[in-house]
Design a protein around this ligand. Structure first.
Ligand code: BES
Ligand code: MN
Ligand code: MN
Length: 457
């Protein structure tokens, strides 16, 4: 149930549309002007919504938007984190409406409408819920916590400059909880509450064979084709049981007892058939001995994100390529360390590469996994907030995605994180036709206000 008037709802959607129209793509430098426009647009919104102090902090990359309202230094402080950068919209031709021209359309999943635009759910729509929840609390004279907003512009490219910002601004960022809406929930009837994120280690492999591309007739059969070798290397990384075959990879993984896993499974409303249908798949695949829900949350994974080399243009060209490339990422679980895993990966690839090619392995970025502890006020306040808004007990569940900065809030600032996300798996984040349910947006605004109510009491 939303406590917003129709007029407020329309106004908030209209404002969100302005935000979504700005193409703040962090991965592609041709959008860099828009990154600054978006940061100043957002800082202006923070001022309008009631922040007393607003600043745009320059970094070596894109700026960080900061805003705060300190009503009483002895009250609890909530630090809201989110990101205003979005993923590139490609492939453009698969969008049914332009990615930076937001529009509300009714869908089977969202009969009351969903906002279609890049960033609608990840993360502009969800950041904006916080701005509006804060505005509402002030308007109703119910703000009972100090608030700090820290909205960055580089989450989708690894948050590389945010660590320094945390280290340099420890006292400014002091707070009692970090509150983030950048994840999802199962559905609005039986919502899950995200209590964990996986870590990430993102690597790139380059194999070089002959010193130039060769005629595959003249030279074929005499030397190693780097793409063939790369395929062999990649297929050796996961064994028949779906386990990752890098020595030492599982050494630090904390195994969860079967009895605990069974309880999670029992509480869950995850439906395998629906999951398969939503993906157009007849069968699934994964690590032996674990359910699909476990495979997508509490188990580590290894995936090739892209592989290229040789001729990929129209028609055919007979060629043995000189080079072959792959981008490979690993999702990590407690208590794996992404830097250690990146080293293991690097050494293993070097060890198994034959002398017929040369190899280079580099690290893109990474982050450690995170688990929200149960024994602190933020956790309890979140549970209560969901209960107030949805009328049911939320189901705690770990999510498979990653937000690399979250474990650093703990290690650098000593602050625990609450993840209150309102997206659905079907929102197509990072994909064409990203969308965010209008109802999810308003439920988010409601639930965030309820979180303040409990956390500040
Ligand atoms: N908001 C997502 C993370 C997410 C999505 C967590 C859904 C849980 C459920 C975030 O913007 C993201 O895309 N993170 C990246 C990592 C980043 C370093 C590019 C990811 O998880 O791939
Ligand atoms: Mn995000
Ligand atoms: Mn994302």
């Amino acid at each position: 149930m939303s406590t917003l008037s129709e007029e407020e709802k329309n106004k908030y959607l209209k404002e969100l549309f302005e935000f979504l129209k700005l193409p703040s793509v962090s991965a592609d430098s041709k959008f860099s002007d828009y990154m600054n426009t978006t940061a100043s647009w957002l800082s202006n919104e923070l001022s309008k919504s009631g922040c007393d102090l607003v600043n745009i902090y320059e970094t070596n990359g894109y700026p960080i938007v900061y805003g705060e309202k300190i009503i009483n230094p002895s009250y609890p402080t909530i630090l809201v984190y989110g990101h205003y950068d979005v993923q590139p919209p490609d492939p453009l031709e698969l969008w049914t409406s332009p990615p930076f021209n937001p529009i509300i359309k009714k869908t089977d999943i969202h009969p009351e409408g969903a906002i279609f635009a890049r960033g609608a759910c990840d993360d502009k729509g969800q950041v904006f819920m916080h701005v509006k929840a804060f505005e509402q609390l002030i308007k109703k004279d119910k703000l009972n916590c100090n608030v700090k907003f820290m909205i960055e512009g580089e989450e989708e490219v690894g948050s590389e400059n945010l660590e320094k910002f945390l280290l340099d601004n420890k006292s400014k960022l002091d707070a009692d909880v970090i509150l983030i809406s950048d994840t999802g929930l199962s559905d609005l009837k039986n919502p899950t509450f995200t209590v964990g994120l996986r870590g990430l280690s993102y690597m790139e492999v380059k194999l070089t064979g002959p010193n130039r591309d060769l005629h595959s007739g003249t030279y074929g059969g005499t030397l190693a084709n780097p793409i063939n070798i790369l395929s062999e290397l990649i297929s050796s990384l996961i064994d028949k049981k779906g386990r990752i075959a890098i020595p030492g990879f599982y050494d630090d993984v904390v195994e969860i007892e079967k009895s605990k896993r069974d309880i999670i499974e029992e509480k869950s409303i995850f439906n395998i058939q629906k999951f398969k249908n939503s993906l157009g798949l007849a069968e699934l695949k994964g690590e032996e001995g674990y359910s699909t829900l476990e495979r997508k949350s509490i188990r580590p994974t290894l995936d090739v994100n892209g592989i290229w080399g040789g001729y990929i243009g129209e028609g055919s060209k007979t060629v043995i390529p000189s080079e072959a490339y792959a981008k490979i990422s690993m999702r990590l679980v407690p208590n794996q360390n992404w830097k250690k895993i990146s080293e293991l990966f690097k050494n293993h690839i070097k060890n198994i590469t034959p002398e017929t090619v040369s190899v280079e392995v580099s690290t893109h970025h990474g982050g450690n996994p995170y688990v929200t502890p149960e024994d602190f006020k933020g956790y309890e306040s979140a549970i209560n907030a969901y209960r107030d808004s949805f009328g049911v007990e939320p189901i705690p569940q770990k999510d498979g995605g990653s937000i690399p900065i979250v474990p650093m809030f703990e290690s650098i600032l000593g602050i625990k994180t609450v993840l209150m996300g309102f997206g659905l798996d079907s929102d197509a984040i990072h994909s064409p036709n990203e969308n965010f349910g209008v109802k999810n947006f308003f439920m988010g605004i409601e639930t965030i206000q309820n979180f303040y109510k409990h956390f500040g009491s």
